[in-house]
Design a protein. Sequence first.
Length: 322
Amino acid sequence: MHRVAVAVTTGAPIFELAVPCEVFAIPRPDLADPWYEFQLCAEPAETIVAAGFQVRADHTWADLATADTVIVPACALPETVPSALIDALRRAHSDGARIVSLCSGAFILAAAGLLDGRRATTHWMHAPDLARLYPQVRVDASVLYVDEGDVLTSAGTAAGIDLCLELVRRDHGSAVANALARRLVVPPHRDGGQAQYVELPAAAAREDNQLARLTEWTVERLDQPLTLDDLATASHLSTRTLARRFDSAFGMSPLRWLIAQRVRRAQELLESGDETVDRVAERAGFGTAANLRKHFARACGVSPSAYRRTFRAQPPAQRSAS
């Protein structure tokens, strides 16, 4: 029987801890028999507090070495990783275990050296810190999960469900994974990645009054054709100085920032209205639907129409009818 062991740390967010418990700990003989042998592992094996809940772990981190799959959920303080857990993960990996992290659990895998030279992901809010603390990791904040064979990482919160379903798919096949997804009332596979959930750069840089005035001026004119020269003229700066100021404030060029604001405007229009994609493209300053689709897919990982289906708020009457 395939043994799944979850490494529990004090203060772990309860949702990320509950996901592997829901997927792997509940016997499902009508889907696959045997299912999984499941263990919660802590150090020492005792009742610990995670997100205000008491969690009983009957196994220690040393037991991770006997598991076929080791899952590290999100942790409260990802920069401070217990050395005993790092050692246990290294032993489990060297013994052939499949190592999985959910959300900020990627920091623990990175601290153990298991992500060196590998592509990995985490919650998009934590991705810059993961890349800064562990530059040897190729951080990809645009995806829901990354499968590197024996090491897998997921983005934040609900993406843990996506990755756990992928593990079931690998172990028992697509039919079983799809049946489990229906029971969990979640899609067996979600379109796009977490890029569609990432907050785009804010419009104004308040610490730079001149730049703040320019960004506000620009956002009011997103439906108009704007060039780098237009922005420089409006700000009374040279294009070189303007580029330097944008890089300092936003970490990107003026034109890249402008595209991000146009995508942001398109998101707002898609979420709140019924206008055609062509009209959204015009109002967001992309000109044509084809141009909107190109930049939108690059920024969000999905098409404008798919984004609208996911995020558009329906009136209560329409939701009830549905």
